[in-house]
Design a protein around this ligand. Structure first.
Ligand code: HEC
Ligand code: HEC
Length: 306
C-alpha cells in the first residue's frame, strides 16, 4: 500500500474532490493557535469597552475611559479618552510647570538672571525650544546663521549690538539693514579702489595703490562710506552698519579657500549692488514679553553677549 493511500485513510478529508481525485485534508488547528485567537477576541472586546471604538452616524462609541482637560477658555472639560485631549493635558501640564519660571523671568533683571544658575538652566532649555520653533529656520539650530542671508548669532560680532537691551530691541521690533547701491554713483574704477581698501582693513591680500585711493574715497564725500561705517570702519550699531575690519562677513559671500581675488570681487559686488535683503522680522506681537526675555538671554549666551 502506498504512503499516500495510508494517510488518506487516517486523516479526515473535507469531502471535496477536484479533478476526480484531488482531495483536501481536514487537519485540526493547533491548540496554541486557537487559544491565541480567542485571546485576541477577548482583548478586542475589552478594548472596545474602555476606549473609543465604533463609528455611530457622525459620532462614535466613546468608551468607559474618561479624560479631563482645561480648554483654551479655562474651563475644565471631561470627555471620553482621546489623544487630542491627552495632548492638551500634556501641554497644560508643561505650561503649568514652566509658569513659575516664566514669572520669575519677568520679575528679574537681566543681570540677576545671568547670575542665577537655576534660571540659567531654565533659559537653556526653554530658550532652546523657543529658538528652534521661531528662529532656527533662518539663524539655524545653533544660531550660526547662513553667510549671505542670516547673521551668525553665536559669535561676538554684532550688527546692532550685543547687550541685553540691544538684543531685546532687535527681537521685539525687528531690523532692516540697508546699504545703498553705488554702481550708479561711482565709476567702476572707484568701486575697485574701495574694494581693495576694504580688503586691506581685514588683512586680505590687496593692491596697495588702489587701497590708498580707496581710503580717500571711503573717508571723503564722494562715496561717504564713513557716514555709516564710521571713519575707523568699525561700524555703527545704531544703523546696523557692520564692522569692516574684523574679517567677519555676512554679505560678502566668498567661500573660504577661494583666494584673495575672489574675496575682493565679493566685496566689490556688495559695494556695487548694496544690501537690501537683510530683514529680521519683529516678534513683539507674536511672542509674550517673557518669551522674548528668555530668547534675549539665550541669544546673549549663545554668542559673546556684551
Ligand atoms: C547708508 C549707510 C551706508 C553707506 C553709505 C554704506 N554702507 Fe556699507 N553697509 C551698510 C549696512 C547697513 C550694511 C549691512 C546691511 C545688512 O546687514 O542688512 C552694510 C554692509 C556693507 C558690507 C558687507 C559687510 C559684510 O559683513 O558682508 C560692505 C563690504 C560694505 N557695507 C562696504 C561699504 C562701502 C565700501 C561703502 C562706501 C562705498 C559703504 N559700505 C557705504 C550701510 C552703509
Ligand atoms: C525670516 C528670517 C529670520 C527669522 C525667522 C529670525 N531672524 Fe533674526 N535676523 C534675520 C536677518 C536677515 C537679520 C539681519 C538683519 C540685517 O541685516 O539688518 C537678523 C538679525 C538678528 C539679530 C541681530 C544680530 C546682530 O548681529 O546684531 C538678532 C539678535 C536676531 N536676528 C535674533 C533672532 C531671534 C531671537 C529670532 C527668533 C525669535 C530671529 N532672529 C528670527 C532673519 C531672521
Amino acid at each position: 500500500m502506498s504512503e499516500q493511500k495510508l494517510q488518506s485513510q487516517t486523516v479526515q478529508t473535507t469531502g471535496h474532490a477536484w479533478d476526480g481525485d484531488l482531495q483536501e485534508y481536514n487537519n485540526p488547528l493547533p491548540v496554541w493557535w486557537v487559544y491565541t485567537f480567542y485571546a485576541t477576541v477577548i482583548f478586542a472586546i475589552v478594548y472596545w469597552i474602555i476606549y473609543p471604538s465604533w463609528p455611530v452616524g457622525k459620532d462614535w462609541i466613546g468608551g468607559a475611559s474618561q479624560i479631563s482637560y482645561v480648554n483654551s477658555a479655562g474651563e475644565t472639560k471631561t470627555h471620553s479618552w482621546n489623544t487630542r485631549a491627552l495632548l492638551l493635558e500634556d501641554l497644560n501640564q508643561a505650561a503649568a510647570e514652566q509658569k513659575p519660571y516664566f514669572d520669575k523671568v519677568s520679575a528679574m533683571s537681566y543681570a540677576q538672571i545671568a547670575k542665577d544658575p537655576e534660571m540659567n538652566g531654565f533659559i537653556l532649555s526653554a530658550g532652546k525650544a523657543l529658538f528652534a520653533d521661531n528662529c532656527a529656520p533662518c539663524h539655524q539650530a545653533g544660531g550660526q546663521g547662513v553667510p549671505g542671508f542670516f547673521p551668525n548669532l553665536a559669535d561676538d560680532d554684532w550688527l546692532y549690538g550685543g547687550s541685553f537691551d540691544k538684543i531685546h530691541q532687535t527681537i521685539t521690533g525687528g531690523r532692516r539693514g540697508y546699504m545703498p547701491t553705488f554702481n550708479e554713483v561711482l565709476s567702476g574704477e572707484q568701486i575697485d579702489q574701495l574694494a581693495h581698501f576694504v580688503a586691506s582693513l581685514s588683512g586680505t591680500e590687496h593692491d596697495g595703490a588702489k587701497a590708498t585711493a580707496g581710503r580717500a574715497l571711503f573717508q571723503g564725500e564722494a562715496a561717504a562710506c564713513y557716514f555709516c561705517h564710521g571713519t575707523d570702519a568699525k561700524g555703527r550699531t545704531e544703523i546696523g552698519a557692520p564692522n569692516l575690519t574684523d574679517n567677519i562677513w555676512l554679505w560678502v559671500d566668498a567661500p573660504a579657500g577661494t583666494g584673495a581675488a575672489a574675496k575682493v570681487g565679493a566685496i566689490r559686488s556688495v559695494i556695487a549692488n548694496g544690501v537690501n535683503k537683510g530683514v529680521m522680522p519683529a516678534w513683539g506681537d507674536r511672542l509674550t514679553p517673557e518669551q522674548i526675555k528668555v530668547l534675549t538671554v539665550y541669544v546673549h549666551e549663545l554668542g559673546g553677549g556684551q
